[in-house]
Design a binder for this molecule. Structure first.
Ligand SMILES: *Cc1c(COP(=O)(O)O)cnc(C)c1O
Length: 243
């Protein structure tokens, strides 16, 4: 378990250096622990070491780890593919922000359910900035229209944007994805849409968090570099055909 503490310290240090190198205040950038496939006892180690923000991709895993994690205070986001038939379940487990809203019909279902339960929820709009077909997210050209449409739903509070960068070892091919998300953020801000704030840019993972921070990330989502390699390929979580 001490590997987790070690890895955490390395990540926090990487974030700090990236902030310093790009002239940003480290307080502007939050670390989110991407905990898919990680057992609750290992997540607990990170929470007990002072981390507060975690996120799952699948409702089943949220459910399984919900009770075991109750003893440690934390905030939970959802970063998996959001499907209409899972909304009811997601709302049972104190998820404060859905980072992966990418379709109007799902937003509509979400709004209906929120009204029914008398709840509100924060969301980020997920944008597919890499153009890879396997990735979820709205097309960059449609992102602003989606923000505008979702902003009409009184129980959904848009707080920003999320993206998964291109899978590439060549960081200069990943950077344009993050830059594009920042550009969309700026365009949305310029349009001054009621009920929309654009404070959060959730981008950057284990391999590319420095680049994301340089390009303006306020949330980096890190799994592997803290908890170790997963048995499942990420396509299991990201591929449309397997979700
Ligand atoms: C798994 C996952 C991450 C973390 O990826 P790592 O490469 O393990 O750091 C970030 N975002 C999303 C949406 C994920 O599914």
């Amino acid at each position: 378990m001490s590997d987790i503490i070690n890895n955490l310290n390395i990540i926090l240090r990487r974030m700090e250096v990236a902030c310093r190198d790009s002239g940003r205040d480290p307080k502007e950038v939050k670390l989110l622990l991407a905990t898919k496939t990680v057992p609750a006892d290992r997540i607990k180690v990170a929470l007990e070491a002072g981390q507060t923000l975690i996120a799952e991709n699948k409702v089943q895993e949220i459910k399984e780890k919900y009770e075991p994690l109750q003893s440690v205070p934390h905030t939970s986001h959802f970063i998996g593919h959001l499907q209409s038939n899972k909304i009811k379940d997601i709302l049972k487990y104190d998820i404060s922000c859905i980072q992966s809203l990418d379709r109007l019909d799902v937003a509509e279902k979400l709004q209906q359910r929120l009204v029914y339960e008398g709840k509100k929820i924060e969301v980020l709009i997920q944008v597919n900035t890499s153009g890879e077909e396997s990735k979820f997210g709205t097309h960059p050209d449609q992102a602003i229209d989606l923000v505008r449409a979702v902003s009409e739903f009184s129980n959904i509070e848009i707080k920003g944007l999320m993206t998964i960068g291109l899978f590439s070892a060549e960081i200069e091919k990943v950077r344009p994805c993050f830059r594009l998300l920042k550009e969309i953020q700026q365009e949305v801000i310029a349009q001054n849409i009621p009920n929309v704030t654009m404070r959060e840019l959730s981008m950057g993972m284990s391999g590319d968090l420095e680049t994301a921070i340089q390009e303006g990330a306020t949330i980096v989502r890190v799994g592997t570099a803290i908890f170790g390699q997963r048995i499942y390929a990420d396509s299991y979580y990201w591929d449309e055909t397997k979700a």
